[in-house]
Design a protein around this ligand. Sequence first.
Ligand code: IYR
Length: 318
Amino acid sequence: NEKFDLVKRNSVEIIGEDELKEMLSDETNKREKIAYIGFEPSGKIHMGHYLQIRKMMDLHKAGFKVVILLADFHAYLNQKGTLEEIRELGEYNRSVFEAMGLEADYVYGSEYQLGAQYTEDVYKLALKTTLKRARRSMEVIAREDDNPKVAEVVYPLMQVNDIKYLKVAVAVGGMEQRKIHVLARELLPNMDFETPICLHNPVLSGLDGVGKMSSSKGNLIAADDEDSDINKKIKEAYCPMKEVSGNPILEIAHYYLDYPAELKRPEKYGGNIVFNTYEELEKAYVEGLHPMDLKNMVAEAMIKIVTPIREKMKEMNI
Ligand code: IYR
């Protein structure tokens, strides 16, 4: 199925693949085709976000209504600032996603998360979830805190409940969301709601090779970086010779190059090479393709992706 391949492309896993296949081939819309992703509003939108936005565009193409949750209360519970500051970032994030060309409905968590029924459901979920499980589900997500707060275990319960309140069939997120999603799949069938399908995207490593690409660390390529920034950042990025795991440049090559991809090089450095698939490129890299060659390809691809977004953002005065 063509639509299924499009939706699955470049994801790490889909939990509930068979249900998704069924939905995609069902023209009667027995189950409403709604896909969502939530973001804690953030000061910089980067290529890790864009991977997820692109996936939402794939879902839109496959016939889904796309909902973007600007998770203001979640960011608040995760110690990211005052609600006022967070909402301002939410507006900024929405504009950048629009500049990226995403067609979606946008909703702030706070528009519905104070409702009486929503609140009662959070209490119900609180009774059904162990503290241990709730904390585990937050392992990568919770902000570092020497004295962890109760807010940390309220957060995943609300995220589970969001799926019900936004009537979501397909919940999307990075791999770090999977424990919350698995909890949702267990709990929601007992909350008068159908088990959600969960699609998980890869999480990109930071350009410094230390941890993940993250707005708070500055180890990123931003949606509005200038060409010169991109060239400089990629030139300086961590890219160990012959090594695949934790290599941010190879990861970007995996998810952002269009295959077949061509490396253009002067004859004296070995001439041009075409890589038909990422796997071919990875093999060549493990066998000694020079990091500089890889970086040149990746910088060119990034500039091609970022330029129209940056131009659109300027046009929109973001
Ligand atoms: N946990 C996400 C933010 C978030 C996602 C969804 I999907 C929600 O329903 C609520 C919050 C993060 O780590 O950014």
